[in-house]
Design a protein. Structure first.
Length: 450
């Protein structure tokens, strides 16, 4: 039986950063993935392809200040496909250069040091001193009649995506970030979009005061809240979506339906037999990324803590460092310093402790802001709206913040660094931020209090 220092189950963002680091330090590593390629859902149907579409549409929206431009959606999809191909090739090269090995197959945990892989060619068993479970998540499709009629994000974003022509009208079930991102670019491309959300507001996991500032800035999207979807029916060439609370049923007829109600973790077989603790949101881990079995780690979407590629990457490195420390933790993941960007047009990004959480935690917070309408880069880009808002504790240590509008997803990183490294508002005030860049709003906001 082949033996390795470390086996990863999955080869996505929660697995390969650890694999690279461990390999570089002389450890033998085997990655096992159902798809047989390095990279998971982010590149297959998630963050990268969706942003290839959204950024192109964002550029179109900016160009429309100068004329009535339109783009063939098929060409946008071609661009998305080409980005995915470039990245798959790049990953192959990186894999070769590092001398790392991937096996295509489905992994099952046999015991705390053994994994079985089933593939087209049969089953084999491998031993390892440590195992990283990085099996990710999958689109959740609720059990409602007709749910199989709806697209999922794979139909829009997988390589060689099925959807290459836009519908005239579309219902998006779920007002989370995937639903709202898709709604905003579809609306800019002229699709009549209705978002149907079960809860009483969209982006419900995010700070309400922040979301309330974003919504009026979005392109035209009809939003139905407190509206659980009851069924989807085929109605000639159209689809009928029936929704509403209790006996109040409303219906809309649309050309396409997208299911975007969230994702669920994917557990490899053997997790229960081995007694690895989990609930339906994910495998339980400490902040060293260890499960209740100390040489078995669970990183990325599978633990459900912060299901984002960049969080998975950091968790993966944390696991690698702790494996190199013989499973006696020396490195820890900090979920509070992970920034989150909603790639609507405009974007909204946030990090750390928000006011409602600060109030719950009894933190006497201080806030300062910068209005982006006064920002030179926002004026250059014709995007004169939104704000930067920074929160500190009473000793002026940055605890969180958000950015809505021009370049929000970039600007938030500096606030995240401040949260992660315990910087003070004064540190931000004294930095000579570049001009003209929306980042300069950070020192402007900080200097309001210095
Ligand atoms: P993360 O961002 O947490 O790494 P991804 O979804 O990007 O999550 O990657 C998870 C990867 O794990 C996917 O490529 C998927 O094919 C793979 N995978 C899931 N379950 C198994 C399994 N039992 N055996 C092998 N690979 C698996």
């Amino acid at each position: 039986m082949e033996e390795y220092d470390v086996i990863t189950i999955g080869a996505g963002g929660a697995a390969y950063p650890a694999a690279f680091r461990l390999k570089k330090s002389g450890y033998s590593v085997l990655m096992i993935d159902k798809k047989g390629v390095m990279s998971g859902n982010c590149l297959a149907e998630g963050c990268v392809p969706s942003k290839a579409v959204i950024e192109t549409v964002h550029t179109l929206a900016k160009m429309r200040h100068f004329g009535d431009f339109s783009i063939d959606y098929g060409k946008i999809v071609d661009h998305k496909d080409s980005v995915q191909k470039i990245r798959y090739d790049q990953h192959d090269e990186e894999l070769k250069e590092a001398g790392l090995k991937i096996i295509k197959g489905t992994a099952r945990l046999i015991d705390e040091n053994m994994v079985e892989v089933s593939s087209d060619t049969g089953t084999s068993r491998y031993r390892a001193s440590s195992i990283i479970i990085a099996s990710g998540s999958d689109t959740f499709v609720p059990k409602i009649p007709g749910s199989n009629l709806a697209w999922t994000s794979a139909d829009l974003y997988a390589l060689n995506a099925r959807v290459r022509k836009l519908p005239k009208s579309m219902a998006i079930i779920g007002g989370g970030y995937i639903g709202m991102e898709t709604a905003s670019f579809m609306s800019i491309l002229g699709v009549k979009v209705t978002v149907i959300e079960m809860l009483d507001r969209v982006l419900s996991t995010m700070e309400k005061s922040m979301v309330d500032k974003l919504l009026p800035l979005l392109p035209k999207i009809e939003i139905k809240t407190s509206s659980p979807v009851k069924s989807i029916e085929k109605n000639g060439s159209m689809y009928r979506v029936n929704f509403g609370a209790d006996s109040n049923t409303e219906s809309i007829d649309v050309e396409a339906v997208l299911m975007a109600v969230g994702r669920i973790p994917v557990f490899p077989d053997g997790v229960d037999e081995l007694g690895i603790e989990h609930d339906r949101h994910g495998i339980k881990v400490n902040m060293a990324m260890q499960t209740n079995i100390k040489n078995i780690y669970a990183t990325g979407d599978v633990n459900g803590i912060t299901p984002l590629f960049h969080a998975a990457k950091r968790q993966s490195i944390v696991a690698a460092n702790n494996i190199m420390a013989n499973n006696v933790p020396t490195d820890y993941f900090d979920p509070l310093s992970v920034p989150f960007t909603v790639y609507t047009i405009p974007q909204m990004a946030y990090v750390g402790i928000m006011p409602s959480q600060a109030r719950k935690m009894g933190i006497d917070y201080v806030e300062t802001d910068y209005q982006i309408e006064t920002d030179s880069m926002a004026q250059i880009n014709n995007e004169m709206y939104g704000e930067i808002r920074i929160f500190t504790d009473s000793r002026m240590k940055v605890i969180g913040g958000y950015v809505i509008g021009n370049d929000a997803g970039n600007v938030i990183n500096e606030i995240a660094l401040a949260v992660s490294r315990g910087l003070s508002l004064r540190d931000l005030a004294e930095m000579a931020h570049q001009h003209p860049m929306t980042f300069e709003g950070i020192d402007s906001a900080a200097r309001k209090l210095y």
